[in-house]
Design a protein around this ligand. Structure first.
Ligand code: GTP
Ligand code: SPV
Ligand code: MN
Length: 594
C-alpha cells in the first residue's frame, strides 16, 4: 500500500510488540468492508439486522464493563507534568510506554492486525490531518470506515511524510483494571488498550480530533473544539452558521439536526447539519472564523432519539448503520431503545444480550433495567442524513456568526444570555458547568465545571487552553458573538420547563437577531438576557410569557454560590489561568453584589 518508511518502520515496530498472525491494510473499498462484515457476523461480533427494514445495518454489544469513555483511565503523557495540567491525568511518557508495552505484548497473537489509514477532514483541505490506527477489532474498522475518511487516497496524500498520528489499539482482554487511553501529544501518538467502546477506541474521534488536535491547534494557531456546527437558512436563502459546545450527551446531535417549529418551517426556514460533535476552526482571510467538521459520520446517543425529538437522526440510522448496546427485538430482528416509541418489544434481548422484560423498566435504575444502555449509540454516515449541509465537504469551512456554550443545569443558568465581547465570552465558556451523563463512566447527575465542554478533551493545561482562546480573539478581526444556553432548567417537580429539541430554534432566532443588531436586550450581572417578549413562543402549548420570564431569571444568590465554586475551580486549574479571566470573575462578583 505504501513505501513511506516512517509508516512501514512504525508498523513493523508495533507488530513485533503485539505479534499478529497477519497484517491487513484497510483500503476503503466496499468489497473489503463486506468481507469484514461477513466475518464479524460469523463470529457473533456483529448481528445482521432485518435487511429489508435496515439495509446494511448491524448490532454490536460491547463487554458489560465497557460501555462509556473512562476519564479516570485517560492520560496525557507529556515530558513535563505541568504541560498536561492539573485537570488531566498525567503519566510520564517513558513510564507509560513501558507499562502499556507489557499489556500489548503478544496481545494480537492468533489475530489480524488491521491498518486503517484515515483522514480527519476532507483529503486535500488545509484543515485535514492524517492518522493511522492499528487495531485487532473488526468492529473498530467498520466504525472507522463510517466515522472517518479511509483509504488509499489518504496514504497517497501522506506521501513520504512522517506527519501522521500513530494510533495503536488492542481490545486485548478488555480488562477493566488494565484499561488505558493514553496520549503522547509530543510524539503524535495514541495508545489505547483493553477497551472496545467507541470514544476509547475510535482513535480519530476524541483522542485525535480533540486531545491531540487541541495540542496541535495551540501550537499552530487554530482551535479544536467539542462543538456541533449548523447552518440556519432564512426564507431568502441566506445561511448563517453557528457552532455550539455542550458536554457529552447534552444535546449537540439534537441541535445540529433540529427541525424548525411549524411557524418557522411554514415561513421557509431550514436547518442544515455540518457537524454534531467536533469542530476544527481557523481564522479566514476576511478575519472571520471558519469551521469544518473533521468527521465523516455520527456516533450518536440512541436513547431519546425518535420521530419527534430528532427525526433526521432517526432517518440517518435507517441504512449502513452500526448500533451498539441497544435492545434487540427478536420478533422482527430490529432494534429498539427507550423513548424510540411506546411499543417496547415483548420478545427481546437487552443491551447485555439477556432476555429482557420491558415491564421491569425502572427509571431510577436505567443501566440495570433498560432495554438499551443509556449510552448506547448509533454509528451512521453523514451522507445518509436528510439535512446534511451542502458545505459538509467544503475545503475552507463555514464562517461562524455565533458560538454557543451550554450545559445541563437544573437551576442557575438562564435559557440564554449573551456575553459582552470575546474576552467575556471566553470567561463564560471557562465557567461552564453541567450535570454528568452516562457518556462517561462514573456517577450521573453531579454538577461539575466543564469549560467549553472540553474538560475531558483538552490535551494540555487548562489555563493554557483559556489563554489560547484569548489569543485567538486577538487574531479575529470579525469574531462571532458568544452566547450561553441551558435547555435543562427544571421546575420543583423536576420536569424540564423548556420544551427543547426543535423549539430550541426559537432561541437560535434571538441569537441571530442579536448578531444582526436587530433586537435589544436587558443587561444583567452575567451578560445580556432577552426581553421575555423577544423569545417567540407562538404555537407553544405549555409556555407563556411568565414561563419565559422564569426561564430567564438570574438569581443572584445561586450565582454568588457559583462564583465561590468557580474560584475553587480556577484554583484547582492552577497558576496558568489568565489574569484577564480573574478580572472577569471579579467583575461578575462585583456586578452580583451591586
Ligand atoms: P455526545 O454524542 O455524547 O457528545 O452527546 P450530544 O451532545 O450530541 O447529545 P445528544 O444530542 O445525543 O443528546 C443527549 C440526550 O439529551 C438525549 O437523551 C436527548 O434526548 C437529550 N436532549 C437533547 N436535546 C434536548 C433538549 O433540548 N431538551 C431536553 N430536555 N433534552 C434534550
Ligand atoms: C462523547 O462522549 O462526547 C461522545 C461519545 O461524543 S464518545 O465517542 O464516546 O466520546
Ligand atoms: Mn461528544
Amino acid at each position: 500500500m505504501t513505501t513511506n518508511k516512517h509508516v512501514l518502520s512504525w508498523i513493523e515496530e508495533m507488530s513485533s510488540l503485539v505479534s499478529p498472525e497477519k497484517i491487513v491494510w484497510i483500503d476503503g473499498s466496499e468489497e473489503q468492508a463486506n468481507d469484514l462484515r461477513a466475518q464479524a457476523c460469523a463470529t457473533g461480533e456483529l448481528v445482521a439486522l432485518n435487511q429489508e427494514e435496515y439495509p446494511n445495518c448491524y448490532l454490536h454489544r460491547t463487554a458489560i464493563n465497557d460501555v462509556a469513555r473512562v476519564e479516570n483511565r485517560t492520560f496525557i503523557c507529556t515530558r513535563n507534568k505541568e504541560d498536561a495540567g492539573t485537570i488531566n491525568h498525567w503519566m510520564d511518557p517513558t513510564e507509560c510506554y513501558a507499562k502499556l508495552s507489557k499489556l500489548y505484548k503478544n496481545s494480537y497473537r492468533g489475530k489480524t492486525m488491521y491498518v486503517i489509514p484515515y483522514s480527519m477532514g476532507v483529503v486535500g483541505s488545509d484543515f485535514a490531518k492524517i492518522g493511522i490506527e492499528l487495531t485487532d477489532s473488526i468492529y473498530v474498522v467498520l466504525n472507522m470506515l463510517i466515522m472517518t475518511r479511509v483509504g488509499k487516497n489518504v496514504i497517497d496524500a501522506l506521501g513520504d511524510s512522517a506527519d501522521f498520528v500513530k494510533g495503536l489499539h488492542a481490545v486485548a482482554d478488555c480488562d477493566e483494571e488494565n484499561r488505558y487511553i493514553c496520549h503522547f501529544p509530543e510524539d503524535n501518538t495514541i495508545w489505547s488498550v483493553n477497551s472496545g467502546y467507541g470514544g476509547n477506541v475510535l482513535l480519530g474521534k476524541k483522542c485525535f480530533a480533540l486531545r491531540i488536535a487541541s495540542y496541535l491547534g495551540r501550537k499552530e494557531g487554530w482551535m479544536a473544539e467539542h462543538m456541533l456546527i449548523l447552518g440556519l437558512e432564512n426564507p431568502q436563502g441566506e445561511v448563517q452558521y453557528i457552532a455550539a459546545a455542550f458536554p457529552s450527551a447534552c444535546g449537540k446531535t439534537n441541535l445540529a439536526m433540529l427541525i424548525p417549529p411549524e411557524i418557522y418551517k411554514k415561513a421557509g426556514y431550514k436547518v442544515w447539519t455540518v457537524g454534531d460533535d467536533i469542530a476544527w476552526i481557523r481564522v479566514g482571510e476576511d478575519g472571520r472564523l471558519y469551521a469544518v467538521n473533521p468527521e465523516n459520520g455520527f456516533f450518536g446517543v440512541a436513547p431519546g432519539t425518535n420521530e419527534h425529538s430528532n427525526y433526521n437522526a432517526l432517518m440517518t440510522t435507517k441504512r449502513d448503520c452500526i448500533f451498539t448496546n441497544v435492545c434487540h427485538d427478536l420478533d422482527n430482528n430490529t432494534v429498539w431503545w427507550e423513548d424510540l416509541n411506546d411499543n417496547p418489544p415483548t420478545n427481546a434481548l437487552n443491551w447485555r444480550g439477556e432476555k429482557w422484560d420491558y415491564k421491569a423498566y425502572n427509571k431510577a435504575d436505567k443501566v440495570g433495567t433498560a432495554g438499551a444502555h443509556p449510552n448506547s449509540r448509533f454509528t451512521a454516515k453523514a451522507e445518509n442524513c436528510p439535512c446534511i449541509s451542502s458545505e459538509f465537504n467544503s475545503l475552507k469551512g463555514v464562517p461562524l456568526t455565533a458560538i454557543i456554550f451550554g450545559g445541563r443545569r437544573a437551576k442557575t443558568a438562564p435559557l440564554v444570555y449573551q456575553s459582552r465581547d470575546w474576552q467575556h465570552g471566553t470567561f463564560v465558556g471557562s465557567i461552564m458547568a453541567s450535570e454528568t451523563t452516562a457518556a462517561a463512566a462514573g456517577k450521573v447527575g453531579v454538577v461539575r465545571r466543564d469549560p467549553m465542554a472540553m474538560r475531558p478533551f483538552v490535551g494540555y493545561d487548562m489555563g493554557d487552553y483559556f489563554e489560547h482562546w484569548l489569543n485567538m480573539g486577538k487574531k479575529i478581526a470579525n469574531p462571532p458573538k458568544i452566547f450561553h444556553v441551558n435547555w435543562f432548567r427544571t421546575d420543583d417537580a423536576g420536569h424540564f420547563i423548556w420544551p427543547g429539541f426543535g423549539d430550541n430554534m426559537r432561541v437560535l432566532m434571538w441569537i441571530l437577531a442579536r448578531c444582526a443588531g436587530e433586537v435589544e436586550a436587558v443587561e444583567t450581572p452575567i451578560g445580556f438576557v432577552p426581553k421575555a417578549e423577544d423569545i417567540n413562543i407562538e404555537g407553544l402549548a405549555d409556555v407563556n410569557l411568565d414561563t419565559v420570564r422564569d426561564l430567564l431569571t438570574v438569581d443572584k444568590k445561586s450565582w454568588l454560590e457559583d462564583v465561590e465554586n468557580i474560584k475553587e475551580f480556577y484554583a484547582q486549574i492552577g497558576g496558568r489561568v489568565p489574569a484577564a479571566l480573574y478580572d472577569e470573575l471579579a467583575t461578575l462578583e462585583a456586578n452580583l453584589n451591586k
